[in-house]
Design a protein around this ligand. Structure first.
Ligand SMILES: [Cu+2]
Length: 131
């Protein structure tokens, strides 16, 4: 009786260690694959976020023909309007971009294009440089 009981305990311990190794192995796999899924932590290439009442990045450089997409990450509206607060130009104007929405514009000519948000002109000013 006693030896049988000891065998059961031994088997139990072995099973416990096997499952521990298995769990560690699974966790290790999840950890090693997480960097590839964490790429959505910031704006991607040719992308600008409107977040915390700011354009991020505030300065972006692209090549002629590139389409830039602005995404409104805030819970209120913004605009993407060419020019400066005192001197708006007619190159592009998104109108109000609601929370969670996007606006895209393709830059077909080289130059330095300043833009701003008409709702928050004093704090939201940025530049697109097209080469
Ligand atoms: Cu704004």
């Amino acid at each position: 009786m006693k030896s049988r009981h000891l065998e059961r305990v031994k088997q139990g311990i072995i099973l416990f260690f096997i499952s521990c190794v298995f769990v560690l192995f699974i966790n290790g796999c999840n950890k090693s694959s997480s960097p590839t899924t964490s790429t959505s932590n910031g704006p991607g290439a040719n992308e600008v976020w409107m977040q915390n009442t700011a354009f991020s990045p505030a300065s972006i450089t692209v090549t002629v023909g590139t389409k830039i997409t602005w995404t409104n990450k805030d819970s209120f509206a913004h605009t993407v309007t060419s020019g400066t607060p005192g001197n708006q130009t007619t190159y592009f104007d998104s109108g109000n971009i609601p929370a969670g929405s996007t606006f895209s514009f393709t830059f077909d000519s080289a130059g330095t294009f300043k833009y701003f948000c008409k709702i928050h002109p004093t704090v939201m000013q940025a530049t697109v440089t097209v080469k």
